[in-house]
Design a protein around this ligand. Structure first.
Ligand code: TYD
Length: 207
């Protein structure tokens, strides 16, 4: 089995840049194959669900959650599981923690319901490592403003950014074996160095 790494964080945390840098680093230092993917999306049907989700935000957070969850099951079945089974590294930009935080903590979907759906859909494909890029709410807002074009699910107010940030930090403190929090407010190289150190110490130790 290959190793499964996910990146999480609020807006403007620098996930996509760090995903690409980690891919390059893994290829140059370890060889093998690296699959980069993202959510929502990552398989033919999941991309269609992505278009649907991003085109029109549902009226209820439960609908949102179930659509993200449906896209995720397809993504796992069609893309993630086969890649891991063939021994590839899989790096995914957002995964179930985003549902817990965006639909659960921000949207108010019942956490037991989320856990139950996770149990029946995501398992056994729990990431070997989840990298949470943490940035203060003000910086998230500033980076999102510079980037422009907010997605329909992006936090709008400072308070929402705080909820997202705290949500990811809470997950990391509840699941320290799986999660590592990295300060994403620093320059790209410093963050990338810490990301690679985390991969080495958490995943490659003993291999
Ligand atoms: P995207 O344009 O991919 O944004 P980002 O660069 O921030 O990842 O849009 C995805 C949006 O969907 C983003 O605002 C987070 C949200 N999202 C959820 O609300 N729940 C989820 O389970 C996932 C995977 C994403």
């Amino acid at each position: 089995m290959g190793k499964f790494i996910t990146f999480e964080g609020g807006e403007g945390a620098g996930k996509s840049t760090q995903v690409e840098l980690l891919k390059k680093r893994l290829l140059s230092e370890f060889g093998g194959e690296v699959l980069v993917t993202r959510e929502p999306g990552g398989s033919e049907l999941a991309e269609k669900i992505r278009d649907l989700i991003l085109a029109k935000r549902p009226a209820a957070s439960e609908t949102e959650f179930l659509l993200f969850a449906a896209a995720r099951v397809e993504h796992i079945a069609e893309t993630i599981a086969p890649a891991l089974k063939s021994g590839k590294w899989v790096i995914c930009d957002r995964f179930f923690d985003s549902s817990r935080v965006y639909q659960g903590m921000l949207g108010g979907v019942c956490s037991q319901f989320i856990e139950m759906v996770e149990r029946h859909t995501v398992r056994p494909y729990i990431p070997d490592l989840t990298i949470i890029l943490d940035v203060p709410a003000e910086l998230s807002m500033e980076r999102a403003r510079v980037r422009g074009a907010l997605s329909r699910y992006d936090a709008a107010t400072k308070q929402e950014h705080e909820v997202l940030r705290q949500g990811f930090l809470d997950i990391a403190s509840r699941e320290p074996q799986r999660c590592v929090v990295i300060d994403g407010s620093r320059n790209v190289e410093a963050v990338s160095k810490d990301v690679f150190e985390a991969v080495k110490s958490r995943i490659l130790k003993g291999t």
